[in-house]
Design a protein around this ligand. Sequence first.
Ligand SMILES: [Zn+2]
Length: 287
Amino acid sequence: MSSRDGVWRRHDPIVAPIPLVFDSPHSGTRYPDDFVHTPPRALVRQAEDTHVGALWSHVPGIGATLIEAEFPRAYIDPNRNLGDIDPELVGDGWPDPITPSRKTAQGIGLVWRVVSGGVPLYARKLTAAELRARIDRYYLPYHDELTTVIDACHRAFGAVWHVNCHSMPAVGDTNADDAGRERRDFVIGDRDGTTCDAAFTQFVAGRIEALGYSVAINDPYKGVEIVRKHGRPKEQRHSLQIELKRTLYMDEDTLVPNAGYAKLQRDLTTIASELARYVTKQTGRAT
Ligand SMILES: [Zn+2]
């Protein structure tokens, strides 16, 4: 394993490498000392995709690479665009152009202003220098590492498949597009068919269903910045987001793994093995 302390960990293939890369941008639990937030830590931790990196941790055994963020999502969110700055949050103004999204208006842009559907994170505004430091120390090194690995695979094999791993609350919260609705077990997102071959999305959905899980495609999660950035199917760069329903593997309040954790981890390893076969077939290289 390689790491940049507090920022990312990379688990390299332990068998012959294939061009399959997993990343878990939201499962980090190492809270930086300067992350001074008002609500209790337990509430802030609701923003995490807790355990998602660990759930996919067997993929190096099928030739894939796994990259996990170590920093918490509520501190800075790697799955947002750098322009997704909330002007409400920066006391002394942000010097660069901003392109706020709908998420920014909800207080969950690049650096979150609120957690848990509207609870303010800070007792004061942040400074532009504080935001800049989070970008330079955490966001950019995470993106650089993921880009380096994806590009190296693409160079070596002429194609790459990337799976962006997340988890979701079992029921949409008040800010969600599906507020109050119970979700499927898995939601996979390719930004309406733009970030990977449709055949790949269909293959993944089929493998998930074959294991007895329910799956939705692009509803309510289509994928955000990371798959948008890396998914260019015409260039044989395929990027797909997978969301797991948190109640499949943990108690949503305490974040403690539940009785389903081990089975889900096994099933994710099975799914990853099938993806490995798909990728190997597509690249025409037998392993
Ligand atoms: Zn996530």
